[in-house]
Design a protein around this ligand. Sequence first.
Ligand code: PEP
Ligand code: MN
Length: 349
Amino acid sequence: MIIPKSGKLNPEQLAEVERIAGEFDCSILEIVGRNRCIYAILGDEGRELMFNRLRGLDYLARVDLIDSPYKSMDRKSALAEHQMKVGKTSVGAGGPFFIGGHCTVDPEEPNLYLETASALKEIGVHALRGGVWKPRTNPYSYQGISKALEIVLEAKALTGLPVDVEVMDLEQLEIAVEAGVDVLQIGTRNALNYSLLKAVGKMTAGSSTAVLLKRGRHMAPPNEFIAAAEYVVAAGNPNVMLCPRGTMPALDGYRNQPDESITPLLKDKTWAPVVVDPSHSVGRDEYVTACSMAAVAYGADGLCIEAHINPSKGIGDDPKQAVTPAAFAEIMAACRDIWPRRYQPDPLV
Ligand code: PEP
Ligand code: MN
């Protein structure tokens, strides 16, 4: 990991660094952070001679060996200074970050989504979610349609809020990026789709687009989740949020196995904001408040909650797990109350 003295290496300096790394079969990846660029050394970076040569360059502030399977995501990485923003809000700075909106945008009922969006804006939600293309277990269920993206964009224009949309393949990724979607959601089913993760990182490198990476339903050790995020960051986009959303159900009664308690483990290992999705975790609106409060107590930086102006009129998951804007406002107040007492890792010495 290379940190230049100035915010960015100039082309001659970058060429020199690349030449030295190349002599040792390594390559350099420029990662554009909000405040500065850092340069990851890709390849076997445990070569002392290469390190000594790089350390001798007077325009470099630091050359660190990060001995971790996820060098960019590691809390010891220079990216730990990276403060990511979604729209105008710095995620996890000063209070929980809230994303809310429909599981699935009904293309036949655009007004329902627009009403939900306005009501969520009113209560102070920071970003809107809206399912356009849906990963449905049953191939005969509604699969989503590109037309729904227009409704999400209308809500963005109406409220001025950034929008979060799940993409499942390259075609959807291109459409979403082109349309200016602010947060690309990678769902639980694609959390281990490394080609998609690389494509997301590459296509949004150097931009302010954020990525909400859900935890895979079958993921066990935290490292597997962190390594998936590393794919996006190593491909050039450090604006990644980790989203626990429940794993394979082990308790009868919850939709998935609630996993907000993984948050402190993630916070201890990485610098990335953790934004918990309580809706898919517990799967019932009446449990969403408790799960949200627990997530914040465990140290989450934010929450992504399914919400609907009239859940019974929703499609997808909304009738069973979406909360109303009024309930959402109460969740926000309860979480803000807990925020000062949340788990926070000790600073690194
Ligand atoms: C969703 O957010 O509506 C969704 C399908 O999420 P997940 O990938 O967590 O199932
Ligand atoms: Mn859903």
